[in-house]
Design a protein around this ligand. Structure first.
Ligand code: ADP
Ligand code: NI
Length: 201
């Protein structure tokens, strides 16, 4: 019930978002997180509602949408409290939303819960592979960046080197790492082809 209501809330807030962080991104992260959790659950006890809500709320009131940490705490707890979720669990959901971000590789603090690690992996997987490539250019376009500009670093191709190619080594779970390897390889192939095409002209 809480999860279903949360889905409606998050969908309403993120539907139509134009920078690659729309509801479909959150739904993919949610589904990936559930799939990873199923595999991890064989080894340890997980609080599944935390995985589900952590995934659903991970991009709610994010800094990139102009919110600060305080706004996020208020928005998430004002929604979840009246639904009867206990305050420890609400704090855990907020902890996930606040801490899973990549932040140009500066975010190297180890996450304190397996639920957070799973949601982080699910979010990172959505920045890799074909979908990751699509999202990078969507975000770049949203920010007015060139696809590629060999004379500056303010282009989307630079983002592949600054972030996307580093991601596969930051995954927390074994099953996440396996999927990341394949998606990483796909990005490498894309970059090879891109530079080949660029240099022919
Ligand atoms: P995180 O929360 O892990 O830091 P972000 O929310 O900043 O991640 O970004 C997630 C998505 O946005 C990814 O698909 C990523 O490729 C894309 N993105 C973020 N920054 C850039 C950028 N400078 N250029 C292109 N894409 C970007
Ligand atoms: Ni995300």
């Amino acid at each position: 019930m809480i999860v279903e209501q949360s889905k409606i809330f998050v969908k309403t807030r993120l539907e139509g978002e134009g920078s690659g962080h729309d509801w479909w991104h959150t739904l993919r992260v949610y589904n990936n997180a559930l799939a990873l959790a199923l595999k991890e659950n064989l080894h340890q006890e997980l609080d599944m509602i935390i995985v589900e809500l952590g995934a659903l709320f991970h991009d709610i009131a994010d800094h990139k949408f102009g919110y600060d940490d305080k706004d996020r705490i208020t928005i998430i707890s004002n929604f979840l409290s009246p639904l009867g979720l206990d305050s420890k669990k609400i704090d855990h959901v907020i902890y996930i939303a606040n801490n899973i971000s990549f932040k140009k590789g500066k975010n190297t603090i180890a996450l304190k819960s397996i639920e957070a690690k799973i949601v982080q992996d699910a979010d990172r997987l959505d920045a890799l592979g074909a979908i990751g490539i699509a999202r990078a250019f969507t975000y770049g376009g949203h920010k007015g960046r060139s696809i590629y500009n060999p004379t500056t670093k303010d282009d989307t191709l630079s983002h592949f080197h600054e972030k996307l190619l580093l991601l596969k080594d930051t995954l927390n779970t074994i099953s996440g790492r396996e999927i990341a390897e394949q998606r990483h390889h796909y990005i490498e192939e894309f970059l090879k082809q891109f530079h080949q095409e660029w240099n022919i002209i």
